[in-house]
Design a protein around this ligand. Structure first.
Ligand code: NDP
Length: 724
């Protein structure tokens, strides 16, 4: 094997010069990812497009003009070339560049046969036991037709060669098959060749792209594109009208199978065949009733899948390309824990005849969670105009597919052009699965606080004073300080008064009790809250007991707790009350459902279980001694987790469609605030889930405001009762 190491050294300024070959949305996504690399100082793109021009210097050389590209790379001392489209690979660009010492990311022409020759790919799969539809290949028209007629329809007919995405026909009857075979074998539409006839498989298709270097395989997130032009998968086939990551119908086991048994095995097979891969292997896979099977392989990044996958890459893509081009191992790839969804804006008429040159406005209106990749645009007198069938792809990121979907569709509304259309149902597989909706605790708590604010204004008019919350903090615990600050801020937001009492860490318990006693007797104080935890020398239960029951806005006083369990009137504790509110906000029926609460603390687990019981749920409380926690959580329609340990609940412990409330607040090893539930994977199973932060936390504060107003009203109305 030729040596691929250290052929070219990076540019003198320390940053590398990179040439990207191609010009569509896929290349824009590659250029965009490269532009995030601190190791890259200059990017050329040949030929590029109007969008790429903002991130790279576009060079007017066709992507198949290997000689001109080579000359350019040598003249500009390009350190690394990255090849986008398959035509350039099949034209032998990689072999040509390597032969003159240029470093290039992409497969040799021989290895590219995995895409360019359907027969080669099918033979490889059958020789190495890689699951795919059974097949026969023919060069003779009559033989092919009689074989097809002897088999059940529909039949899959694949032209054995590059046919720009048009070389596959699904023939539903003998007449359609004859017409397609005639085109492929007799009319010479794509040149002289062979036809592979395959059994027709059914099931959802998805794309699995991996970076491959020999038998080293580095997986990318799975994605799915939408090939048909119109909504509900109607209309003619296109290059792809949109794509998304986060596939609800693929389990972890499916993914593992596809990785080991298909992608890794194929890479190993190519090594054994003497044509190792070095670039991207794209598996077009299908989840059939008999397991996952290969529909086709491509030898390069998919389009539009690349546009939704690469924005999730946290590793430096230059290093990945460079390591693979040099044939050295890459460090494990890091991917963002998020999902993406992209919608293609295409010229009206595409994939048939369409006009070019329509002006596009509003391209700069998108947020930093959205990217607009240019697929077919050009610059005319300083304006961006349409210049292709597929014109733009709007790709948004979200914590779930649903969030990415909503963001992409809302942001593409800002892009204006008279001659574009798009599908309205990209990601419908994920949306129909009914999973992944995020319970937005910030938004729900805001509406609660706004309602409290208007009631406070009315109460002030009626009683001539505002409700007042007294907050006591002992010591300097930074987390407690943040909570206290937020609580005081919320009182200001809702129009209430607050009194902040700050006491030193070493304050005597008796001094704290005296402060509480004074506040208990103060007629202008309606609620008293002592921020927990307290220093070890203070008895928390004695402190809580000292608060007047009618001013106990946290609902922790023993008389409130007792009333809660007896079902008599009481102040309900804030976090459990907020949890019920969040569950109800989803429209979920609680009565009669199985609710599992993990954690049995007095401030969360037990009271939330009681409140769920009051809503007529069937309730199970689990804790650290529970044997086989997963078998319980998997039965839960409603799952509340209040443990205080990261990822106690993982996706495999969640019943599909469950409502998941994550109360936990933990700092992970990177210092980020995370919950008790593995949100990223679990959101693909749960119908609704709370994020951390932004779920239960804000609701606790909103409920505190409600409780303070309630205490105020009870006191004021009680006074009115006295008078009466
Ligand atoms: P506690 O430590 O008082 O209780 C934790 C509970 O989890 C215990 O009942 C314990 O069981 C159980 N537990 C521990 N490990 C496991 C395990 N491996 N499997 C099953 N159960 C387990 O915690 P809190 O209830 O006070 O708080 C829990 C989390 O909620 C914390 O992260 C806290 O920060 C957060 N929180 C968030 C609030 C908000 O407003 N967002 C408000 C209050 C809390 P056992 O009883 O057997 O020991």
């Amino acid at each position: 094997m030729e040596t691929r190491q250290n052929i070219v050294t990076p540019g003198a300024d320390g940053g590398a010069t990179v040439l990207v070959v191609g010009g569509g949305g896929r290349c824009h996504a590659i250029v965009d990812a490269l532009s995030r690399s601190p190791r890259v100082s200059r990017i050329y793109c040949a030929p590029g497009n109007a969008g790429i021009a903002a991130q790279a210097e576009c060079v007017p050389i066709s992507d198949t003009d290997v000689a001109a590209l080579k000359e350019f790379a040598l003249a500009k001392a390009v350190d690394l070339t990255v090849v986008g489209p398959e035509a350039a690979l099949a034209a032998g660009i990689v072999d040509e560049f390597r032969s003159c010492g240029l470093r290039i990311f992409g497969h040799s022409a021989e290895a590219t046969r995995i895409e360019s020759s359907k027969e080669f790919a099918k033979r490889l799969m059958s020789r190495y036991g890689i699951p795919t539809a059974s097949y026969r290949s023919f060069s003779d028209f009559t033989e092919a037709l009689s074989y097809v007629r002897s088999r059940p329809f529909p039949a899959v007919l694949k032209y054995d060669g590059l046919a720009a995405g048009k070389g596959v026909v699904i023939a539903s009857d003998s007449a359609e098959a004859e017409q397609a075979l005639r085109m492929m074998l007799l009319d010479g539409e794509f040149g002289k060749g062979r036809v592979v006839v395959e059994d027709y498989l059914t099931g959802p298709e998805f794309s699995f792209m991996c970076f491959v270097d020999g038998d080293r395989v580095y997986p990318m997130p799975l994605s799915q594109d939408h090939k048909r032009a119109f909504d509900a998968d109607k209309g003619p086939n296109t290059g792809g009208m949109g794509a998304y990551t986060g596939l609800p119908f693929i389990s972890d086991e499916d993914r593992e199978f596809a990785f080991r048994e298909i992608m890794c095995r194929t890479a190993e097979a190519m090594v054994k065949e003497g044509c190792p891969l070095s670039g991207v292997l794209y598996g077009g896979l299908m989840k059939t009733p008999d397991g996952i099977k290969v529909i086709e392989f491509n030898a390069r990044f998919g389009d539009p899948e690349t546009e939704v996958v690469l924005p999730l890459l946290e590793s430096d893509i230059f290093e990945v390309f460079d390591d693979i081009a040099r044939g050295v191992p890459c460090p494990a790839l890091r991917w963002k824990k998020a999902y993406t969804l992209g919608v293609v804006l295409a010229s009206k008429g595409y994939p048939g005849h369409y006009d070019k040159g329509a002006e596009i406005c509003g391209l700069d209106t998108v947020s930093d969670k959205t990217r607009v990749y240019h697929m077919g645009t050009a610059l005319r007198d300083g304006s961006v105009v349409t210049a292709g069938g597929r014109v733009l792809m709007v790709v948004s990121e979200g914590r779930t597919v649903v969030e990415a979907h909503d963001r992409a569709y809302s942001e593409l509304g800002g892009i204006r052009c008279d001659n574009l259309f798009h599908r309205n149902d990209i990601g419908h597989w994920a949306l129909e699965a009914g999973v992944g909706r995020v319970i937005d605790g910030n938004a729900i708590s805001l509406s609660v606080k706004e309602s409290v604010r208007s009631r406070v204004a009315e109460a002030e008019k009626a009683f001539g004073r505002k409700p007042c919350l007294a907050v006591i903090i002992v010591g300097n615990n930074p987390a407690s300080r943040v909570y206290v600050r937020n609580k005081v801020k919320a009182t200001a937001f809702t129009g209430m008064d607050s009194r902040l009492v700050e006491l030193p860490e070493d304050v005597a318990e008796s001094a704290l009790l005296e402060v509480i006693d004074t506040l208990n007797r103060d007629p202008l104080v309606d609620g008293i809250l002592v921020q927990l935890p307290l220093p070890a020398h203070i008895d928390e239960s004695r402190v809580i007991f000292a608060i007047d029951k009618s001013k106990d806005v946290d609902g922790f006083h023993i008389l409130n707790v007792g009333s809660l369990w007896l079902g008599t009137h009481c102040i309900k504790p804030c976090t459990p009350k907020g949890i019920i509110h969040l569950i109800k906000s989803t429209g979920t029926e609680i009565a009669g459902r199985l609710a599992v609460v993990v954690g049995r603390s007095n401030i969360v687990g037990k009271p939330v279980a009681k409140l769920l019981l009051d809503e007529n749920a069937t309730v199970v409380i689990a804790h650290s001694r529970t044997r086989d926690l997963a078998s319980l959580t998997r039965q839960a329609d409603i799952l509340v987790v209040a443990v205080g340990k990261e990822a106690v609940v993982t996706a495999d412990m969640i019943k599909p469609g469950a409502v998941v409330i994550d109360v936990g607040m933990n700092r992970n090893s990177e210092g980020r605030l995370v919950g008790d539930v593995d949100f990223h994977a679990s959101s693909m199973k749960a119908s609704w889930i709370t994020p951390v932060p932004g779920g239960v936390g804000p609701m606790t504060i909103a409920m505190l405001m409600e409780n303070t107003l309630e205490c105020f009203m009870r006191r004021e109305e009680g006074k009115a009762g006295d008078v009466l």
